[in-house]
Design a binder for this molecule. Structure first.
Ligand code: ATP
Ligand code: MG
Length: 260
């Protein structure tokens, strides 16, 4: 891939926690504008650490980038604050569908628009766009997020991220703990956002089946090292690769979503 088309370029990234535990030991990949890229790997492979590094969130976890580089649209991520990265269009939905549980769905969405200093009119417009993508959220707009289902909370977390008008949306395990039908619904919406609005997407998944169904390309991490990069369609159905690199949970068991 030509470098000038890369929206995100990660080069030989090494990172550790507490200046002791090596979590990443050579992660390299590019993400092109308009691409959906899946980051796959077994438990502890370094997916979350990679994503946190992209948003410069490792220092908050007593973690640090030891060497290598991350460039987002020309910005040196390691020297850019998490808030400035959001304003630049790199927005992350952390693992575990974080919502403000005691705020309503709509208040959660509003909170997503405040970070980038949107006006009231822009926020209202963006909320309607989110509701058009996730009609469930419109139905639940006045419900406290803590009382909505796991799928609705994930949609709220994604909707809140969309309120920041991202150019690159980063998602950590969006399928986790959700029923298969809800997972498909969420991934279909992500694909529409990609196709119709050109949103670039990077997602870490244990659920390689769903990730490979929707991604254009995938990279595989093993023990903090990128070991494989391939077109998603070349990896679909390659059970040998999945079982070798992704361990027993190549297809994550689906656990019924529980609010709370
Ligand atoms: N806050 C932390 N402090 C210390 N070590 C950590 C921390 N977070 C992760 N690690 C370690 O870093 C390595 C990579 O973990 P990471 O969470 O990035 O993997 P992952 O691929 O996201 O795994 P999972 O699929 O279980 O979410 C692991 O060895 C893990 O134990
Ligand atoms: Mg993780």
């Amino acid at each position: 891939m030509a470098l000038e088309t890369a929206l995100l370029a990660v080069d030989d990234l090494k990172a550790s926690y507490n200046h002791a535990i090596t979590a990443l030991d050579g992660v390299s990949f590019n993400l092109a504008r308009g691409e959906i890229l899946a980051l796959l790997g077994a438990n502890g492979a370094g997916k979350t650490t990679t994503l946190k590094a992209l948003s410069n969130l490792l220092p908050a976890e007593r973690g640090q980038v030891v060497s290598g580089s991350i460039r987002f649209d020309g910005l040196d991520v390691v020297r850019t604050s998490p808030a400035a990265l959001v304003r630049a269009g790199l927005v992350q939905v952390l693992e575990g569908r974080h919502c403000f549980r005691s705020l309503t769905v709509e208040e959660n969405l509003v909170s997503g628009g405040l970070g980038r200093g949107s006006t009231r009119a822009q926020i209202a417009e963006d909320i309607e766009k989110v509701y058009a993508r996730f009609p469930r959220l419109k139905e639940k707009r006045r419900a406290f997020s803590g009382l909505t289902s796991g799928g609705e909370q994930q949609m709220t977390a994604i909707g809140r991220a969309l309120m920041s008008r991202p150019r690159l949306l980063v998602l950590d395990e969006p399928s986790m703990g959700l029923a298969p039908i809800v997972v498909q619904d969420i991934f279909r919406t992500l694909r529409l956002l990609n196709r119709e609005e050109g949103l670039s997407i990077l997602l870490a998944e244990q659920n390689s089946a769903v990730a490979l169904k929707y991604a254009h390309r995938a990279i595989i991490l093993e023990n903090g090292v990128t070991v494989l990069a391939a077109e998603a369609h070349d990896l679909r159905g390659r059970d040998d690769i999945k079982s070798f690199y992704l361990g027993q949970r190549a297809v994550a068991p689906s656990i019924p979503a529980v609010a709370g």
